[in-house]
Design a protein around this ligand. Structure first.
Ligand code: KIV
Ligand code: ZN
Length: 560
């Protein structure tokens, strides 16, 4: 009985009749602000050390972030120390603005400015909670009281900035718990703060609208953003920023729809680290833009380095299915998907537009390899197995052999219960088709074409060699006739294929053959110097399979 949905109240949608955002298309990347070092850090079991923060900060700069929230220096000594280190050691590039968070309280704002002394460019991010729940249950304050906290904070922020004119200051205000705040009240507080700051040309203000808790579907958040964009004063000199959390799993979607609704700036973290279910994932949103042909203005091409650094700093592993970054996100195990990918990739030429089934982006753009795309387990089919053999060993199998061999691989995968790597696939192929028993190794052959067909003689074996001769329409038929006579069997060649091998392989030719020996199917393949040798060896191996299987102890005698 504890699981009772009636305990919850549905979020009330925004009543809007002038909704325009659904028709908008994102044409360019928003301004990004990475909050890994503050919001992400506050969410860690073990907050980052100064050294870890420095490593993550350097990565964020390398990726191209121009706004980085580095901490909450008034609330944490390591954050204060890190802020000082960045400034005193001159570690902030001139085109990067460091941002710090503070509550709208006089003593915290004073300490924040102390931490920022000597900074070239800085964003002071001040916030207070404005939601109904916080007003009523946490602060026991009415709207006026909450608005006064914000306005007072804005005044103090401004006053401190005036005392440190050497820094290029930007002010940012967040009505924390915006998603739970009545829109008219959120606009009222924002306007009151901006009446203090007076946003203007060259003195833009950032108004950050957080989904501190994600409470509704992303379309509702977009409505809220569009509503605020339409109503607030000084709009042309305000950057509307969004800061979404992922409680319902839609933080990226909410931020994307918010940009469609007018937001200019997006805050988030790499891989979405952050409180509870996390912050908006910057990697996913930026890569979503990239996949639409839009420059994300961030360079995420070294994804392995990004995940390495993030994992080392946060001590959180990247999920293997994490969009764009996870180990398995470009991998297909399913046979039909492998087939489709293989066909699309074989038609893809450098410079083409990317249109590959099942791969929304080119894995190589993120430093990944095509080798990772097709991996084999018991779910894979003939196409994937064939692709791996061809890609890694230059062995191309005819379709009938693909079908047959994929069953061998599938059985191995089922027995092992996991993935079968390329090396194992090759070993299985060698064992099943290419292995030649010494007493069945082709030594020489001689072919004569006559008016009636071909006369063939072959010699095979190890120490004791066997010489046979036969006639037939072609070389295979002639040798088959000789083998039939010698071993007292009936042979029917069902299919064979021979082909030259590409460079980079030891042999020049490969042949695959499928025969019926006394009605039983046998397949074999062979590598050799020339296609005829390969075909005749494949034939010998296929017959050997039957002869050895039928009477193993006699097999040696019969060839001798
Ligand atoms: O989630 C949130 O509301 C915040 C604010 C401080 C912006 O992190
Ligand atoms: Zn947050």
């Amino acid at each position: 009985m504890g699981f009772d949905h009636r305990k919850y109240v549905a979020f009330q949608p925004v009543r809007k009749t002038d909704r325009r955002w659904p028709d908008q298309v994102i044409q360019q990347a928003p301004t990004w602000c990475a909050v890994d070092l503050r919001d992400g850090n506050q969410a860690l079991v073990k907050p980052m050390t100064v050294a870890q923060k420095q490593r993550l900060f350097d990565l964020l700069v390398k990726l191209g972030f121009k706004e980085i929230e580095i901490g909450f220096p008034a609330a944490s000594q390591p954050d204060f120390d890190f802020c000082r280190k960045l400034i005193e050691e001159n570690r902030v590039p001139d085109d990067v603005r460091i941002q710090v968070l503070t509550q709208a309280r006089p003593e915290l704002i004073a300490r924040t400015y102390e931490a920022l002394e000597g900074a070239k460019n800085a964003i002071v991010h001040v916030y207070n909670s404005t939601s109904t729940v916080q007003r009523e249950k946490v602060f026991a304050m009415d709207r006026e009281g909450i608005r006064e906290i914000a306005v007072n904070g804005a005044r103090i922020v401004k006053a401190h900035a005036e005392k440190q004119p050497g820094t290029n200051w930007t002010f940012q205000y967040s009505p924390e718990s915006f998603t739970g705040t009545e829109l008219d009240f959120a606009a009222e507080v924002i306007d009151a703060v901006n009446d203090v700051w007076r946003p203007d040309q060259g003195q833009e203000v950032i108004i950050n609208l957080p989904a501190t808790v994600e409470m509704a579907t992303p379309n509702v958040f977009a409505d809220q953003i569009e509503w605020i964009c339409d109503r607030v004063k000084y709009r042309e000199h305000i950057q509307i920023s969004v800061h979404t959390h992922n409680d319902r799993g839609c933080a990226v979607a909410a931020a994307e729809l918010a940009v469609m609704a007018g937001a200019d700036r997006v805050e988030g973290t790499l891989m979405g680290n952050g409180e509870r279910t996390g912050n908006m994932d910057l990697v996913t949103m930026a890569m979503n833009l990239y996949s639409q042909g839009i420059d994300p203005t961030l360079d995420l091409s070294g994804m392995a380095e990004i995940t390495d650094v993030v994992e080392a700093c946060t001590e959180i592993q990247t999920h293997p299915r994490h969009p764009y970054a996870g180990e398995l996100v470009f991998t297909a195990f399913s046979g039909s998907h492998q087939d489709a990918i293989r066909k699309c990739l074989s038609k893809y030429k450098e410079g083409d537009k990317w249109e590959i089934a099942y791969l929304p982006i080119d894995p190589r753009d993120l430093g990944r390899r095509y080798e990772e795309v097709v991996r084999i387990n018991s779910q894979s089919g003939k196409g994937g197995v064939a692709y791996v053999l061809e890609r890694d060993y230059k062995i191309s199998m005819p379709r009938w052999l693909q079908i047959e061999f994929s069953k061998v691989v599938q059985q191995a995968a089922e027995t092992e219960g996991g993935e079968v790597d390329s090396h194992t696939i090759h070993r299985l192929f060698e064992d099943k088709y290419l292995a030649v028993r010494p007493e069945w190794r082709l030594r020489t052959y001689d072919l004569h074409r006559t008016d009636d067909g071909v006369t063939a003689s072959i010699e095979f074996g190890e120490k004791e060699r066997l010489q046979l001769a036969g006639e037939g329409l072609g070389a295979v038929e002639a040798v088959a006739a000789a083998l039939e006579r010698r071993f007292g069997v009936t042979l029917a060649v069902e299919a064979y294929e021979e082909f030259a091998l590409s460079e980079g392989t030891n042999a020049n030719a490969m042949a695959c053959i499928r025969i019926q020996v006394d009605g039983a199917p046998h397949s074999a393949a062979a590598l050799a110097e020339d296609t005829t040798s390969a075909t005749l060896q494949a034939l010998l191996s296929a017959v050997a399979n039957h002869v050895v299987a039928a009477a193993p102890e006699k097999a040696r005698e019969s060839t001798a």
